[in-house]
Design a protein around this ligand. Structure first.
Ligand code: UT7
Length: 344
């Protein structure tokens, strides 16, 4: 059985920076820089321009990961696309990214599989686990795993929505997972979910239990949607508490099953939902600050993109190098969570 390792990383962050003060001054949200920094650690986030969708945002990240792996897009055997903010309800972002990568065109087109993963903040780790399994079973040699989000298109930019709106930013990150005979790569992954909490963090938009799925406003096809269904809803304190518990458990389970001490891990890559969540997890597990990396202060919570953007930054800055032991962990809506141990 081959090992599965991360052969390339890439990321893309849209140019426009929106500071906490901008949320107040440009959008009129009743908030303060101090409140947001104190409760979350977020100082700014990036928003993509109008006209750019989630799959398009992922293109530079994917291209960078593919190039860093020493590959071309047509060498891929599978595209996995994790997002909670897809371009449209269907089809998914993976096929849209595939089209933008140009692999279906030309004299020798490639029509590799393309699949969406809908596991919110844990989406990237669900994707990494899926890619690892696909590579280890011999079905694929190179799998692209992307996390891409455009949150700014669907946030309530009024004071009513401030608790959620201030948290999120737009970004894309990508890795290529490749087969190798070398003794390295993804040593294990652990995924979990607790469907009892589906309502704690959700964005309904429409409801297929209704007939029709959205209240019709008139006979000419326009529909009505209430703010509760239109915008994300979050029970912040429940999410906060469960995130700490589940992230600690997932990391401890990973280390226990792989007979690895937490002290042996060189770099911890935590999902970036709230700096305070990560500080609690680190404190409970006695993880020193020096082994943690963050980008929440400058990017906010970018959901499925947090872990691949952190990996990409860490590789580019020399913080993450061959031979290091890496632990990743994430928690998000669903609830869903995941962890992975990687010998880089
Ligand atoms: O990736 C997974 C997704 N999300 C998370 O992991 C988030 C987990 N939860 C959290 O990080 C925290 O619950 C938040 C940072 C979102 C909120 O912090 P909190 O300490 O739970 O605040 P709260 O929602 O209980 O609100 C406390 C007060 C309220 O005012 P009143 O009712 O006490 O007068 C809010 O209206 O703070 C107010 N508030 C704000 N004030 C200024 C909420 N959001 C804001 C804001 N600016 N942005």
């Amino acid at each position: 059985m081959p090992n599965a390792y991360i052969s390339g990383t890439g990321m893309h962050v849209p140019e426009r920076v929106v500071t906490n003060d901008d949320l107040r001054e440009q959008y009129g949200i009743d908030t303060t820089h101090e409140w947001i920094v104190q409760r979350t650690g977020i100082e700014q986030r990036h928003y993509a321009p109008v006209g750019v969708g989630t799959a398009e945002l992922a293109v530079p990240a994917a291209q960078q990961a593919i190039a860093n792996a020493g590959l071309q897009a047509r060498d891929l055997d599978m595209i996995l696309f994790a997002t909670l903010s897809p371009d449209m309800h269907f089809p998914g972002g993976a096929v849209m990214l595939q089209r933008r990568l140009g692999v279906c065109d030309g004299d020798s087109p490639r029509f590799m599989g393309a699949m969406d993963i809908r596991n919110q903040c844990s989406g990237f780790l669900y994707g990494l686990a899926t890619a690892t399994a696909m590579v280890q079973t011999g079905g694929c040699k190179h799998v692209l795993v992307v996390g891409s989000e455009i949150h700014s298109a669907a946030l309530d930019f009024t004071t009513r929505g401030r608790t959620v709106t201030t948290l999120f930013g737009d970004a894309a990150g990508a890795v290529v997972v490749s087969a190798t005979d070398e003794d390295r790569g993804v040593r294990g992954w652990w995924l979990g979910a607790d469907g009892r909490h589906v309502d704690a963090l959700k964005m309904e938009i429409f409801n297929t239990a209704k007939r029709p799925f959205m209240e019709m406003e008139s006979t000419d096809g326009y529909a009505r949607i209430s703010p509760e269904m239109l915008w994300p809803h979050m029970e912040g304190k429940t999410v906060f508490k469960n995130a700490i518990e589940r992230m600690c458990q997932a990391l401890m389970q990973a280390c226990w099953e792989k007979n690895t001490q937490l002290e042996e891990i060189d770099l911890f890559v935590f999902h970036q939902a709230n700096m305070r969540i990560n500080q609690y997890v680190a404190k409970q597990l006695n993880i020193p600050d020096s082994k943690l990396i963050h980008n929440i202060h400058k990017m906010g919570n970018t959901t499925a993109a947090t872990i691949p953007t952190l990996l990409s930054e860490a590789v580019d800055t020399g913080r993450l190098t061959r031979g290091m032991k890496v632990a990743m962990v994430a928690f998000g809506a669903g609830f869903t969570w995941g962890a992975a141990l990687v010998d880089w």
